[in-house]
Write a protein that binds this ligand. Structure first.
Ligand code: GAF
Length: 428
């Protein structure tokens, strides 16, 4: 059997120490624009996320059910009085600099656009945000559909909120404004037409809880994001995350293509979003689309969205009803959750067509080795899968998946433990 490679999360103290050291090194000679050269105003961090279920539903006004990972992106930042942004990253040799006055849609490119975009969006919303010097370091794997981009955006959102005294970070209602800014950064400045799941998870999740997100327009903060206690470990279960290392990107055309199909179908059906189609009306709805859909792809996209929203509601009911709420493992609830995960993956593979060989293999190998359920998580086209596993079978499932990848001649996957962790916030 191949030995699984585990990707541990840094402790928050460790993450903070890393960015403080990098900040000192990057801005050591900068006595002119800081009271103490090489000293940041503070350290902030934001988590990656896994989505338990509810995929490609956010931009259809549907439901999603994420938890935050213990893996986080750390930012050490010092405010400036001018509008210059200077940033460096432990993950790249390319420092990045811009004047905030020059940031607008289409004008900036590269990794710094996720950072400058947040400052731009906050300023555009009327907040008095100025320039800053900052460094980042991260143990969220990049390009693994675990929201590394949102972790960057949201770590900066809470940092800028703090140093410029915006007062938005204290509760979910305030944080909704930070979610909006991070999302605009990604959509309008970085150019990825994503739906808001990732930024909401990074800013609103809580330790030991899953977050039920309802993307219907017009809901207040409490209606949009409900915290549901979720402690799999107490129920003798575990969530195993498998980064298949099949690279994934949201700025290429595939994600936008799926999103456009949903909008086209909603237009034909005369609804604002596919969420408005009741699951009981699914068959009749697909019939209505037939004349516009020679190749059947539009109907399959719609079927995925409608059934996935229903599966997410059912999964949330299982969590509310006791799955992962502690005490005796509830076999029936776990089996029900596993079936919903399996059905979600099949729908994403056959109807939405966003899985790849690596994610299908990770799911199949997880199940064959004893996982109760498994599915891809995130946008797809590569990236990661999750498996619901009995706690004493985690190593066996990981080893089996590693062996399946080795047998298939694929790059070795990486494994992450994923206890539901805390949202973005200040570390130091
Ligand atoms: C990506 C996007 F960023 C999210 O908005 C969401 O659509 C997800 O893919 C699919 O559920 O993570």
């Amino acid at each position: 059997m191949s030995t699984p490679q585990w990707l541990p999360a840094w402790t928050r103290a460790e993450g903070a120490e890393r960015v403080r050291a990098l900040f000192a090194q990057t801005f050591a000679d900068d006595g002119a624009d800081g009271p103490v050269p090489g000293t940041p105003d503070g350290v902030w961090s934001a988590p990656g996320r896994v989505n338990l279920i509810g995929e490609h539903t956010d931009y259809n006004a549907g439901l999603c059910l994420p938890t935050a990972l213990p893996h986080r992106t750390y930012v050490a930042l010092r405010r400036r009085e001018d509008d210059v942004v200077r940033i460096a990253s432990a993950q790249t040799d390319e420092p990045w600099t811009v004047r905030l006055a020059d940031v607008h849609p289409g004008a900036v490119h590269g990794w710094g656009s996720y950072v400058a975009g947040v400052a731009w969006a906050l300023r555009d919303a009327g907040h008095n945000v100025r320039g800053f010097d900052a460094v980042i370091d991260s143990c969220v794997p990049f390009g693994a559909s675990l929201s590394s981009s949102a972790a960057i955006e949201c770590a900066f959102a809470v940092a800028l909120d703090d140093v410029f005294g915006l007062g938005l970070g204290a509760d979910d209602a305030g944080r909704a404004h930070l979610v909006a800014a991070a999302r605009r950064a990604e959509n309008e400045i970085a150019g990825a037409p994503t739906g808001g799941l990732d930024q909401s998870a990074a800013l609103l999740c809580a330790q030991g809880q899953a977050l039920l997100l309802d993307f219907r327009p017009g809901l207040d903060a409490a209606g949009f994001a409900q915290h549901v206690p979720f402690d799999l470990a107490a129920a003798g279960l575990n969530l195993l995350v498998i980064d298949t290392r099949a690279p994934h990107q949201l700025v290429d055309g595939q994600y936008a293509d799926r999103r456009a199909s949903c909008e086209t179908a909603a237009n034909y059906l005369g609804v604002r979003a596919l969420r408005e189609v009741a699951p009981a009306d699914l068959d009749a709805t697909l019939e209505r689309l037939a004349p516009f859909d020679v190749e059947d792809s539009l109907r399959r996209r719609v079927r995925h969205v409608i059934t996935e929203i229903a599966r997410t509601g059912a999964f949330a009911d299982l969590v509310r009803g006791g799955l992962g709420s502690g005490g005796t493992p509830d076999e029936a609830a776990a089996a029900g959750a596993g079936r919903l995960m399996d059905a979600s993956h099949a729908s994403l593979r056959d109807d939405y067509e966003v899985t790849v060989r690596e994610t299908d293999l990770a799911v199949e190998a997880s199940r064959a080795a004893g996982a109760i359920g498994a599915r891809m998580t995130g946008g797809g086209f590569g990236g990661s899968t999750i498996a619901l596993v009995r706690a004493d079978e985690v190593e066996q499932v990981a080893a089996a998946v590693a062996a399946a990848f080795a047998d298939a001649g694929l790059t070795a996957p990486a494994f992450l433990a994923a206890p539901p962790s805390a949202a973005a916030g200040r570390d130091v």
